[in-house]
Write a protein that binds this ligand. Structure first.
Ligand SMILES: [Zn+2]
Ligand SMILES: [Zn+2]
Length: 302
């Protein structure tokens, strides 16, 4: 089983500026299936950038109707259904993914809903499928129908808070998680409405006591504060190994000892391409062309 981060950024300004990528993450080889979680802007392109196949998914989970979570959802649904020519997969998420609620949603069209199973998740709602069981978890966030989840296969549980502020019962929804993934937008003690800061995450990790914790969805201030140092602080305070996600991070999950899971940096295929161009002296080329053109012009008049 693997977790692959097609981005570690979140919030409006990180998203608009792409200071960190915003493709959400993939749960791969979970009971033999792959799931795309919160495909924000760029998720499709980032898949190719990090060498994962966007058509090889069995489910798309969208936690709420904010662009940094749903932007690429429809194209992933098309990838999952072979361009809407097959019935395949499952779309899971908040009510506002499927229907309009107040000023929110729907995030996907009726057309895109039509070839896959639809599952509206609400807090504590449990849905069982042959390859996994999923439970909705509560959030306190802009979109009032926003949900996180806890997904389970063979007794192994991955929990995802999605965007939420800290509240007393939050840890209860994620208890017994082997791996806890948190949207931690802000560093230190500086939480804002609707979002957690590192200190909030420390409280959750202390209560849930997962084997491995992962912070992601970093806002501007978090990026400036250095998420790695924030994660070290969580590890030290809680005794739980905590990783700060980075763009293109893959965690190879050790199911028996999740705390021993291996972290890998996926090759950035686009950066490699750029490097090839960079080593080619573009300026030199234009100078040479100029000279060649001048020569040709000269030749014409002789
Ligand atoms: Zn967000
Ligand atoms: Zn949000």
């Amino acid at each position: 089983m693997k977790l692959t981060f097609l981005g570690s950024g979140g919030g409006r300004f990180t998203t608009i500026s792409q200071k960190r990528m915003t493709g959400g993450f993939r749960i791969e080889d979970f009971g033999g299936k792959n799931y795309q979680i919160d495909p924000g802007p760029g998720a499709l392109v980032r898949s190719y950038q990090f060498g994962v196949n966007p058509t090889k998914i069995d489910g798309v989970f969208i936690s709420h109707s904010h662009t940094d979570h749903y932007n690429d959802a429809e194209i992933f649904i098309e990838a999952m259904t072979k361009g809407m020519t097959r019935n395949n997969g499952i779309i899971m998420g908040s009510q506002t993914i499927f229907d309009k609620f107040q000023q929110w949603g729907p995030a996907i069209s009726s057309y895109h809903k039509s070839n896959s199973k639809n599952l509206i998740l609400t807090p504590n709602k449990i849905a069982r499928f042959p390859k996994f069981t999923i439970k909705g978890t509560a959030t306190k966030h802009g979109d009032p129908t926003g949900v996180g989840f806890q997904i389970e296969n063979n007794g192994f549980k991955i929990s995802y808070t999605s965007d939420t502020e800290y509240f007393d019962e939050l840890a209860k929804y994620h208890k017994n998680a082997d791996i806890l993934i948190g949207s931690v937008l802000r560093p230190g003690v500086r939480s804002i409405r609707g979002h957690m800061c590192t200190d909030n995450f420390i409280e959750i990790v202390e209560q849930v006591k997962p084997s491995l914790a992962i912070m992601t969805h970093f806002g501007f201030k978090m990026i400036l504060a250095n998420p790695v140092e924030e994660a070290i602080r969580v590890s030290k305070k809680t005794g739980v190994r905590t990783l700060a996600a980075f763009d293109g991070m893959r965690v190879d999950i050790n199911e028996k000892y999740p705390e021993r899971s291996k972290m890998i940096r996926l090759k950035d295929r686009f950066a490699n391409r750029l490097k090839q161009e960079e080593v080619y002296p573009l300026n030199f080329e234009t100078k040479q062309n100029k000279r060649r053109n001048n020569k040709n012009n000269y030749a014409k008049f002789n």
